[in-house]
Write a protein that binds this ligand. Structure first.
Ligand SMILES: Nc1ncnc2c1ncn2[C@@H]1O[C@H](COP(=O)(O)OP(=O)(O)OP(=O)(O)O)[C@@H](O)[C@H]1O
Length: 885
């Protein structure tokens, strides 16, 4: 460092402390970046990269952005997951000796943004921390803009991933407890900004007491302390609005793994990553920002509590029944401002007078909401109304003190109401009187000099002046006026009298501004004391908003109240897919039924491509989720048990981010289901095994079905193209076949989208290809090949055995590697048996000449066997082989 200039040395010292941030180094009106930061920022922000002499031989790369335009640049960087450290001059450059002192005043990161423009209105923005103790993971997360603080624990890294993925968590604080691999997964697979933070050895735990009142478990407390400690060391801000941590006990909520949230498109679609087309999009008729966020939270955590759910249904029903009252409630809610974020800004100190005015207006609506709620018949709605705290004291204070039309900023005054503060009134009088006096003076001067165009003006440099055009100068008396400024057409003068008044006015204005600022700060401090009550009000308003949203959607879309029963029965009559139905403009959605109970808890769904298998499966899961968040459901009637978890493996969503193949994703998602599902869970498996060659796929599919059937007993929907699997219903007593019907008319397929009992009898793949518009000659050729394949199927099979075996083994090996510790064996074991038989049968025939297995193998007449027969025969062979060994 020796040859660098003192300023660059200062830069490097500070940068060393904020190595993982872009350091915005304040130089005059610019934030400058140097070295690698500059090169990278120039690319990211598309700004010009220059260089400067820094004392060393080589010039230093540099780029800068004007201080005034910095917000957008910071926003861009933070949205891309970077952190920005704002380094300001912390002493007055005029009085500084040597290099002006500078220090970082704020670190802006994806999880700590506060500025309105960087936050999505209807979405929380969480910063999280992860702790690990005895194999458990503790996740604590906070939304600094609203003050919500949560903590939960899970016993598996996969579950941790799901809990993180299922929430708008943008950044995670980790310690050395996590392995490198775990950290990499969080940053690469989940695309999170990672911050490393070790807690110091000694830490004043007592100072966290208020936040920990509801948390007894030591390791949960530790996660919260890490999070808050990280915030207080990187952010210089008040945490007054942060609410005591709430523990989320996961066993109290419907478990949804990350795959399911993604596959079912609960809050965003898989392809476009947007809200449009998601379940949230259909259900969101909320009218406040808080309600919008709350609805998302409900979707993240569907309930298991029967009582709580029936209360929600009762309120939705109450709102549905009384249209007029509901509409007036909606109107009332519309004018309620974002009380949570506002509380955050009060604590953070960046609230402006206009915000406080919005708060006043919002509070003034609360009595009306209370009145409206009284008009509902539902006792639950009435109870919410009674519990609403109108915060009349706060409203009174604001109405008394805040001007009726306050400005956005604190610079111009006019924030505080006349009559609120005597001293302020005096200053204002002085300034107003002074101005009146000046108006009168202008009048008097005009009359005395007879110059009609004479005027009194004001500018910052010269203060008040009398302006006379050059043509009229001769009319001015000698000696009275002192010349101050000459313009092309006019002269400007002052008089001692004017100067004196000016002083009075300016002083009064300055003092009044100062006093207003002080009063505003006092007011803000007073409002701070109301934050917990405001947050409670916010929660009730949000609840009402979500419930009215459910009522509106249920009415518009014709949803019904579900019946939750304790028996093990799932029966939906006339069920629909809420999103597919909504986007279908022709209103031709074909409703379908489902009935599952303890005798039949698995459906094997067959049917042509594009017939609606996935849609059917998804609609069942979405119906369950809607019911368990307290919403009505798209059906004629729905009788449901309360499910504990939903697992899905649907669609061909390649996990591009982590670079895993479709097949590997398929295996991992299945593994997840098999590992965690219980007999109260719902499992949806869509065409498992299609990512690999026919026999491996089929073997896996069958093994998985058998496993779920024999060991889990979860309600399961399994769609497949392997018609051979339909014979499984003969041996698996709880499995039934259904199919999506299609009809063929004059060589064309007509999809009926109707679920019917029994297996499908034909696969219509080539017809679908035809529908898709593939060339006619190609379609004809495909038909010929199909016939050929059908007649040669067994021959083909023998030739391909080795190849398929290799692929299958590779897949299982990969899954094993992926998760050796996480007892992946469970999933794989069953299939492993089947995998290895291919390998064994092919290799033993070479190695163990003359064995019985070989003889039997030779005797098999492959040409006359179905694939299932062949597999069964292979199983027998394998058993035989084990005996021999
Ligand atoms: N019940 C229904 N009523 C009307 N249209 C439907 C219905 N179900 C599905 N569809 C339509 O059929 C299309 C295909 O459905 P889906 O993707 O569920 O078929 P699939 O059988 O799973 O297909 P594949 O086997 O190719 O994956 C949907 O996009 C939808 O437009």
């Amino acid at each position: 460092m020796p040859s660098y200039t003192p300023m660059i040395q200062q830069y490097l010292k500070i940068k060393a402390r904020y190595n993982d941030c872009f350091l915005f180094f304040r130089l005059g009106d610019f934030y400058e970046m140097f070295f690698d930061d500059a090169t990278k920022a120039a690319q990211e922000l598309e700004i010009t990269l220059t260089s400067r002499d820094g004392g060393a031989e080589e010039r230093i790369p540099m780029c800068g952005i004007p201080y005034h335009a910095s917000t957008n640049y910071i926003k861009t960087l933070v949205e891309r997951g970077y952190k920005v450290a704002i380094c300001e001059q912390v002493e007055d450059p005029k009085t500084a000796k040597g290099v002006v002192k500078r220090d970082v005043v704020q670190v802006i990161t994806p999880g700590t943004v506060m500025e309105g423009a960087m936050l999505l209105e209807n979405e929380n923005n969480y910063l999280a921390s992860v702790d690990k103790a005895e194999g458990d993971y503790m996740l604590s997360f906070i939304d600094l803009s609203t003050g919500e603080l949560y903590v939960l624990s899970v016993n598996h890294f996969d579950r941790l991933k799901s809990e993180i993925y299922n929430r708008p968590i943008k950044e995670v604080v980790v310690s050395d407890q996590l392995t490198d691999k775990e950290r990499m997964t969080l940053s690469d697979e989940l695309q999170l900004t990672i911050s490393h933070h070790q807690l110091p050895e000694t830490i004043d735990r007592a100072s966290y007491g208020d936040l920990l009142v509801n948390i007894s478990h030591q390791s949960l407390r530790q996660a919260i302390i890490r999070l808050i400690h990280y915030i207080s060391t990187t952010q210089q801000r008040s945490l007054d609005h942060v609410q005591p941590a709430e523990e989320i006990v996961l066993s109290g909520y419907l478990g949804l793994d990350m795959h399911s949230k993604r596959n079912l498109e609960l809050t965003e679609t898989m392809m476009k990553k947007g809200k449009q087309g998601s379940l949230l999009w259909v259900l969101d008729q909320t009218v406040t920002a808080m309600g919008g966020r709350y609805l998302k939270k409900w979707l993240e955590r569907p309930l298991l509590d029967r009582q709580a759910l029936s209360e929600r249904y009762a309120m939705v029903e109450g709102l549905l029944d009384q249209f007029i009252e509901r509409e007036s409630l909606r109107d009332d809610l519309k004018s309620i401002y974002d009380l949570e974020r506002l509380s955050g800004r009060v604590a953070f100190g960046n609230i402006n007078p206009r915000d406080l005015q919005q708060l006043t207006l919002s509070l003034s609506r609360v009595p009306t909401v209370k009145e409206t709620l009284k008009t509902f018949h539902s006792p639950y709605l009435q109870a919410i109304g009674e519990a609403l705290d109108p915060l009349s004291d706060l409203r009174g204070l604001l109405e008394q003190s805040l001007a009726d039309e306050p400005p956005m900023t604190l610079k111009e005054g006019g924030i505080i109401k006349d009559g609120f503060h005597a001293q302020l009134d005096d200053y204002r009088d002085a300034s107003r009187n002074g101005k009146q006096w000046i108006n009168a003076l202008e009048q008097k001067e005009r009359e005395e000099t007879k110059i009609k165009s004479l005027k009194i003006g004001y500018n910052r440099v010269f203060g008040y002046y009398i302006e006379v055009t050059k043509a009229n100068l001769h009319l001015l008396p000698e000696g009275k006026y002192e010349r101050k400024q000459t313009l092309t057409n006019a002269e400007r003068y002052i008089t001692p009298e004017l100067k004196e008044k000016e002083n009075l006015i300016l002083q009064a204005e300055e003092k009044s501004l100062e006093l207003e600022l002080q009063l505003f700060n006092e007011l803000r401090e007073q409002v701070k004391a109301y934050i917990p009550r405001l947050q409670q009000l916010a929660e009730k308003v949000s609840t009402l908003d979500v419930l009215q949203s459910f009522a509106v959607v249920s009415e518009q879309e014709g949803y019904v109240k579900p019946t939750l029963i304790k028996e093990d029965i799932l029966e939906i009559v006339g069920g629909r897919h809420p999103v597919v139905e909504k986007v279908m403009t022709d209103g031709m959605y074909v409703p379908n039924d489902i009935k599952l109970n303890s005798e039949t808890n698995m459906l094997l769904i067959t049917g042509p491509n594009m017939s609606g298998k996935s849609t059917y499966m998804r609609q069942i899961a979405l119906t369950v989720i809607m019911a368990q968040i307290g919403c009505f459901v798209p059906a004629e009637s729905a009788t449901l048990p309360i499910f504990d978890q939903i697992f899905t493996r649907i669609g061909a969503a390649d996990d591009l981010v982590s670079g895993q193949s479709t097949f590997m994703v398929e295996m991992l998602e299945s593994k997840h289901a098999l590992e965690f599902a219980t007999n109260n869970s719902l499992i949806l498996l869509d065409e498992i095994g299609r990512g690999t060659s026919t026999y491996d796929g089929m073997a896996l599919a069958q093994a998985i079905i058998e496993y779920v059937h024999d060991h889990i007993g979860a309600k399961t929907l399994f769609s497949t193209h392997y018609h051979e699997l339909t014979s499984l219903s003969e041996t698996l007593t709880q499995l039934e076949n259904v199919h999506v019907s299609a009809e063929e008319h004059d060589g064309e397929v007509v999809f009926l989208h109707k679920i019917k009992p029994g297996p499908a009898d034909e696969s219509y793949g080539i017809h679908v290809a035809k529908l898709a518009g593939l060339p006619g000659t190609l379609i004809n050729r495909a038909n010929v090949i199909l016939q050929l394949l059908e007649s040669n199927e067994s021959e083909q099979t023998t030739n391909n055995v080795k190849e398929k075996t290799a692929a299958f083994e590779l897949a299982s090996q990969k899954v094993d590697e992926e998760d050796v510790k996480n007892n992946a064996e469970m999933t794989i074991l069953q299939t492993d048996d089947q995998l290895s038989f291919f390998a064994e049968t092919t290799s033993t025939s070479k190695n163990k000449k003359g064995s019985r297995v070989e003889k039997k193998l030779k005797q098999l007449d492959l040409m006359s066997m179905t694939p299932i027969d062949a597999m069964n025969a292979l199983f027998d062979l394998k058993k035989e082989l084990q005996k021999e060994e």
